[in-house]
Design a binder for this molecule. Structure first.
Ligand code: C2O
Ligand code: CU
Ligand code: CU
Length: 451
């Protein structure tokens, strides 16, 4: 049982300046929750913020009433209902006053999840202001593998932010208390980017490490920025990034990369080996898609020789579910494209903007489905409730970094990708959406009903 108070706080993110934040329990990122597979937990959230909130555990196999549906608001104190506007017109919304219990059975493969705000139309500014935290599920099988652990396991939440001169996060928004910039929907249509890269809330941190193997559990928590990460030594050599896990837990066998592309909400579980790096030198984590300041992400400073009995087994897991296309009882097609509805520009799935009152997809519990997703530009598409496999991209086999069980796929411009999954968790109302947070707020989200 956990208690989290959502409240305003300030932190010194940039030296000498105070950044006002919306937080889980006073910090950004929020507290990292560590749990055990199959051991249910309840997280009680108290909303002391000036706005309604919704908590979603991203990647969780969660009963619908705790999944953080965007209209299941937790109202702040003294909030009058008329301020809640159209999100109140969802007859199925379960709105609570000030406090809500979220229950997570955690009956799922161990992995790193994250929790974040999911309020309808306001997810992007809420995450931007700080409402995000990590959640790590562990089990005995994973712990017995001998992977780097303890001090040598580093969860890394990467997120870009823009700052105003006074140190506050600059986000153009219609939310109460934030400035409204004219024309903002057009200017930020593609998504909001920052020019400062934060890792676990700190700009371009330098982390001291031993000359040993480390497990890096990386999340791209940015609203809209894509990265392609590489780890480069002082003499310009790119170190191997050995991928051991994806969004939904360990791979069957490791996959070695020179660089790893990361769309918003994707996670990569990587092992990096500093053993042969000269003491006193650095390994910089760079973003190949960035320019200038956004090329740098963080650095490791190798400070000492040390014992290392960690290993990367050639078999990481044997419980990965797999589904064959011939198991699929249904094939569905979805387009993720910009378009006009009701006179304004939005981001649409199948030509429609999100509407809580419309059921877009109905599936039966236990059914295997094959989905074909087509994008106009980059869209990281996320399914709640289940993990999936990538079957193909543009008619070709998936890419090396598509390995394992995913909950978010980075759709590339103009591409059609096929994914396959089985809806075998819980019945109820869930979502799928683009995880560019601005696209999501501008309509690129749809309902998935498991019956
Ligand atoms: Cu990470 Cu529906 O969200
Ligand atoms: Cu999610
Ligand atoms: Cu998108």
């Amino acid at each position: 049982r956990y208690e989290i108070t959502q409240r305003e706080a300030t932190a010194e993110v940039l030296p000498g300046l105070k950044t006002p934040l919306w937080t889980y329990d006073g910090t950004f990122p929020g507290p990292t929750i560590e749990s055990r597979r199959g051991r249910a937990i309840t997280v009680t959230h108290h909303n002391e913020l000036p706005v309604p909130t919704v908590v979603h555990l991203h990647g969780g196999r969660t009963p619908a009433e705790s999944d953080g549906y965007p209209t299941d608001l937790v109202l702040p104190r003294n909030w009058s209902e008329q301020h809640t506007g159209h999100t109140m017109h969802d007859p199925r919304a379960v709105v609570t006053q000030h406090t809500r219990d979220y229950t997570f059975p955690l009956d799922q493969r161990p992995t790193m999840l994250w929790y974040h705000d999911h309020r309808m139309d306001f997810t992007a500014p809420a995450i931007w202001r700080g409402l995000a935290g990590l959640h790590i599920i562990r089990d005995d099988a994973e712990e017995s593998l001998g992977l780097p652990a303890g001090e040598r396991e580093l969860p890394l939440m990467i997120a870009d932010r823009a700052f105003a001169e006074d140190g506050s996060f600059a986000y153009p928004s219609l939310d109460p208390g934030l400035r409204v910039l004219p024309g903002v929907r057009d200017e930020y249509f593609a998504g909001v980017l920052g020019d400062v890269i934060l890792v676990n809330g700190a700009p371009w941190p330098v982390h001291e490490v031993d000359a040993a193997r480390y497990r890096l559990r990386v999340l791209n928590a940015s609203n809209a920025r894509h990265y392609e990460l590489e780890a480069v030594t002082d003499d310009g050599r790119a170190l191997d990034l050995v991928q051991i896990g994806a969004d939904q837990g360990l791979l069957a066998t490791p996959v070695t990369h020179q660089s790893v592309p990361m769309a918003p909400a994707e996670r990569y579980d990587l092992v990096i080996d500093f053993t042969d790096i000269p003491i006193g030198s650095r390994v910089r984590v760079l973003n190949r898609l960035g320019t200038g300041r956004t090329r740098e992400v963080m650095a490791f400073h190798i400070t000492r020789r040390a014992e290392d009995d960690s290993r990367i087994p050639t078999t990481l897991s044997t419980d990965l579910p797999t589904w064959d296309p011939s198991d699929a009882v249904r094939v569905r097609d979805f387009t993720f494209r910009a378009g006009r509805t009701n006179g304004h520009h939005g981001w649409l799935i199948g030509g429609l903007p999100f509407d809580p009152a419309r059921t877009d997809v109905t599936t039966r519990l236990g059914d295997v489905e094959l989905w074909r997703l087509t994008a106009d530009i980059h869209h990281p598409v996320h399914l709640h409730l289940v993990g999936f496999h990538v079957l193909s991209r543009a008619g070709r086999p998936p890419l090396p970094h598509d390995a394992g069980l995913k909950d978010t796929i980075s759709l590339r411009p103009g591409e059609t990708a096929e994914i396959i999954t089985r809806f075998d968790a819980y019945r109820g109302r869930y979502l799928f959406h683009c995880h560019n947070a601005e696209h999501e707020d501008m309509g690129m989200m749809a309902n998935l009903e498991v019956v």
